[in-house]
Ligand binder design. Structure first.
Ligand SMILES: Nc1ncnc2c1ncn2[C@@H]1O[C@H](COP(=O)(O)OP(=O)(O)OP(=O)(O)O)[C@@H](O)[C@H]1O
Ligand SMILES: [Mg+2]
Length: 353
């Protein structure tokens, strides 16, 4: 290299700065898998200072049950001559903290041949949070699909018990009519009366079953009056002041209308159940390319960072509903500071009614 050692020195300093400011742990080991370099992020993640681990075996940072395997892996990687590779593939790799705690990591390894022998550099990231979020999501998906299944079998049972029963009875009466209409006109007239009564019943139960799927008030009133109805109901039932700010004329097609209705409904149910609020504001306003929906209370609030209670589906259900429509839900709350649920539902051209 024609360049002076000053440049080299600069480069080394710059490299050191880079290593120290990296968010990921960067660990270099020699051919015998002893630690020769270890950056600040590694200190933070593993809990050991560099001085503690310098020249120590890498095994110190690996849970005991993975050690035999891991050493073998690195040796084999050394033999491939490939310069870098992501570890783990589909299996999860674990690190070991100073205190003995194991944690999942995302890691990649690279190798470099130097005059002093091979150096291996591992770059890794603590993915505890990500893994936990994935587990949470999986648990929720399982739970909510169980709820959906329950819901489906309930609807199936009601269709069977109520509708199929009435239709079968009406069919039997129709057959009787076909055979006896001429011979027994008086009895036939009575039969028709009976059939009308059954048809009314079938219509009513169809409506009731469907109402559980799409709120009836939406059909009867339209979206904004239905929301107004929710708000008035909430006021009367719970005696809490509740103000509605809305664009009266807003009307949406499905599935948007039901989603908006359900989000307001669940948010108000939460206020009634958990908030002990004195004042609530519901706002449903069109914004650019969509709809902004806010339910704000001045009640007890809660810690949004705390783990979701098992069996609590309301807020998670809101998120799912909004996400299905490519929208978002943000819940802002702190103990003693009230709660704000804010949703954005994108409504494309022609999707509003
Ligand atoms: N407006 C609010 N004020 C205070 N705490 C709230 C409010 N909304 C939600 N929370 C808290 O968040 C938790 C989760 O709410 P979520 O709606 O998901 O479940 P839930 O209401 O407990 O049960 P579910 O809605 O499934 O019947 C609640 O248990 C409550 O502790
Ligand atoms: Mg709830």
């Amino acid at each position: 290299m024609p360049n002076s050692s000053i440049t080299e020195h600069n480069a080394a300093a710059r490299l050191a700065g880079l290593l120290e400011s990296a968010m990921d742990a960067i660990i270099t080991v020699d051919e015998a898998q002893r630690i020769v370099m270890y950056n600040r992020a590694a200190e933070r993640i593993f809990g050991w200072a560099f001085a503690d681990v310098k020249d120590k075996p890498l095994d110190l940072l690996i849970p005991a049950r993975f050690r035999p395997h891991h050493g073998e892996h690195v040796r084999r990687f050394g033999e491939t001559g490939v310069t870098s590779r992501r570890m783990s593939g589909s299996t999860v790799v674990f690190g070991l903290r100073r205190g003995g705690e194991e944690f999942p990591v995302d890691a990649s390894i690279s190798q470099l041949d130097t005059p002093e022998g091979k150096l291996y550099t591992v770059i890794l990231r603590d993915v505890t949070e990500r893994v936990r979020a994935q587990e949470d999501l999986a648990a929720f998906a399982k739970q909510s699909s169980a709820v959906r299944e329950q819901e489906k079998s309930r609807v199936a049972r009601e269709l069977h018990d109520e509708l199929a029963q009435s239709l079968t009875a009406i069919k039997m009466d129709t057959i009787w009519l076909k055979d006896n209409l001429r011979a027994e006109p008086d009895a036939a007239a009575a039969k028709v009366q009976e059939m009308l009564r059954m048809i009314d019943g079938a219509v009513a139960s169809t409506r009731r079953i469907a109402a559980d799927l799409r709120p009836l008030v939406l059909d009867d009133l339209g979206l904004m009056p239905a929301i107004d109805w929710l708000v008035q109901n909430f006021r009367q039932r719970h005696g809490i002041e509740c103000r509605l700010e809305a664009d009266e004329d807003l009307e949406l097609a499905e599935p948007y209308a039901t989603a908006v209705f359900r989000i307001v409904q669940e948010s108000l149910a939460n206020v009634a159940k958990h908030a002990q609020a004195r004042r609530v504001t519901v706002s449903v306003m069109p914004v650019e390319r969509g709809l902004r929906l806010v339910v704000q209370d001045d009640g007890a609030g809660f810690d949004t960072g705390a783990a979701r209670k098992p069996g609590s589906l309301g807020l998670a259900g809101l998120r799912e509903r909004a996400q299905l429509l490519k929208g978002t839900v943000a819940v802002q709350s702190r103990p003693g500071q009230g709660t704000t649920v804010e949703a954005f539902i994108p409504v494309g051209e022609g999707e509003g009614a």
